[in-house]
Design a binder for this molecule. Structure first.
Ligand SMILES: C[S@@+](CC[C@H](N)C(=O)[O-])C[C@H]1O[C@@H](n2cnc3c(N)ncnc32)[C@H](O)[C@@H]1O
Length: 289
């Protein structure tokens, strides 16, 4: 791994310069505020952008390997704070690029309205609902146990449908129905995945994936999103990478990764995790001023 971090002026990293783009290392880790460095990426350089920002809970998120501030405001105001970041991510995508924005009930409704403005209402493709269990369960309300991933895309987006096997009784009906022969191929291939996912557990307890960084997302979730919404060899962008889940998942799916975080602790966890996975990476420290 080569360290090219510096506290010097941003001119070290000229607009459109090679430093932000992966190569020869397939992963670049940027330490810095996303809004500062994303603008230096040439428009249209990435094929997929995923962002899992603080959700606007008003709580400081702390765990054994790091912590970050999650400001609490009215969700409309909170959504507005994301506008510069979302504008930059949308600009960074190529003509068939996909933007995935991961949120929960705190602000997803306001952020969806904002994304309709930033990306154009016709670019909306999916609201993916990731359902999970575990953790505390409220007694005075229905327990809130899902996140939302908003998917917006340009043009004719890359999309590789994932299928899951039909349930046994559906297969049995299909096998014995009058049109069995016509549907036989589809029965064997399974049914396309819907927009609500219940098969991906959170990263808790003794899960070997667990890094100790707060609000770490599961590799399986990111691998599914990346495999579905991009092609092998594509560049995947995640400017709020936390423990580096997106970069690890991107490499497992044969993609390049350009990820960053404002927190040095997050970058340390990400670098360690990628190194343990045998990945070569380059680190860039983006100056604050
Ligand atoms: C929800 S966590 C990301 C977790 C990550 N998806 C994972 O699997 O570990 C949000 C991250 O965004 C970072 N962050 C918040 N504001 C940022 C900004 N303006 N620029 C870059 N990173 C930021 C925080 O430091 C935190 O690590």
């Amino acid at each position: 791994m080569s360290e090219r971090g510096s506290a010097q002026a941003p001119t070290l990293f000229p607009v459109g310069g090679p430093e932000l783009r992966p190569g020869p290392e397939p992963v670049v880790l940027v330490e810095g505020r996303a809004e500062r460095w994303l603008g230096e990426l040439p428009a249209g350089s990435a094929q997929l952008a995923y962002v899992d920002p603080p959700f606007g809970t008003g709580k400081r998120r702390t765990s054994s390997a790091g912590s970050y501030e999650d400001p609490g405001r009215h969700p409309r105001e909170y959504a507005e704070t994301l506008r510069p970041l979302l504008d930059l991510l949308w600009r960074a995508l190529d003509a068939r690029g996909t933007l995935l924005v991961h949120l929960d009930h705190h602000a997803s409704h306001y952020v969806k309205v904002l994304l309709d403005e930033v990306c154009g209402i016709d670019s909306f493709r999916n609201e993916i609902v990731w359902c999970y269990s575990g953790g505390g369960v409220a007694r005075s309300d229905y327990a809130r146990k899902h996140d939302v991933i908003l998917r917006y895309a340009k043009g004719e987006p890359r999309f590789h449908v994932e299928r899951r096997p039909f349930k046994e009784n559906t297969q049995a009906v299909g096998r014995h129905s009058t049109y069995a022969r016509e549907v036989a191929i589809d029965l064997a291939r399974g049914t396309p995945l819907t927009d609500w996912w219940t098969d991906i557990p959170t990263v808790t307890g003794w899960n070997p994936e667990r890094t100790g960084y707060p609000t770490q997302k599961p590799l399986m979730l990111l691998e599914r999103l990346i495999a579905t919404c991009s092609d092998p060899g594509d560049l995947v962008l995640d400017p709020c990478c936390g423990s580096g889940t997106t970069a690890v998942a991107a490499r497992r799916q044969g993609r390049l990764a350009l990820v960053g975080d404002v927190s040095p602790a997050a970058l340390a966890v990400s670098a360690e995790r990628l190194r343990a996975a045998g990945e070569e990476l380059r680190r860039v420290r983006w100056p604050e001023v």
